[in-house]
Design a binder for this molecule. Structure first.
Ligand code: GSH
Length: 131
């Protein structure tokens, strides 16, 4: 497996840390996010969101979002025992398995901050639900 990795990133570091704790061999692909490495067409094919980290499996499938990568790597190990996720959406490929966990962090990090929150923490959508 291959990790697209920006050395100074905390999101990348936690993936490197878990890979090290698991003793997993991987190829590290250094990405300089300030040097334009994420702005190439080639990188857009790896991650259209143009962020690091990205884990590329030997099948070529890619997993973005650090927490989704952690989930994928940890499942079935001592860090997340109990085997692979029993979720119906988790049935097929590794990337399918991790897709809910990829979507949730992406939503939280990239979409919900732009939804205004009141002082009680509720969003406009919650205060004015569709009828
Ligand atoms: N929610 C994402 C955040 C990823 C992220 O912000 N990555 C930064 C490095 S920490 C990045 O690659 N930024 C590239 C850019 O903004 O151009 C995750 O947890 O993986």
């Amino acid at each position: 497996m291959r990790l697209y990795d920006y050395a100074a990133s905390g999101n990348c570091y936690k993936v490197r840390l878990l890979l090290a704790l698991l003793g997993t061999d991987y190829e590290r692909v250094p990405i300089d996010i300030f040097g334009g490495d994420t702005l190439t067409d080639e990188y857009a094919r790896v991650n259209p969101v143009r962020e690091t980290p990205v884990l590329q499996l030997d099948t070529g499938e890619t997993i973005a979002q650090s927490n989704a990568i952690l989930w994928y790597l940890a499942e079935g190990t001592r860090f997340l025992p109990g085997g692979r996720s029993p979720s119906p959406t988790a049935a097929r490929s590794p990337t399918c398995r991790s897709s809910p966990t990829r979507t949730l962090p992406l939503t939280r990090a990239s979409i919900s901050p732009s939804i205004p929150r009141s002082s009680t923490g509720s969003t406009a959508f919650e205060r004015f639900p569709a009828t």
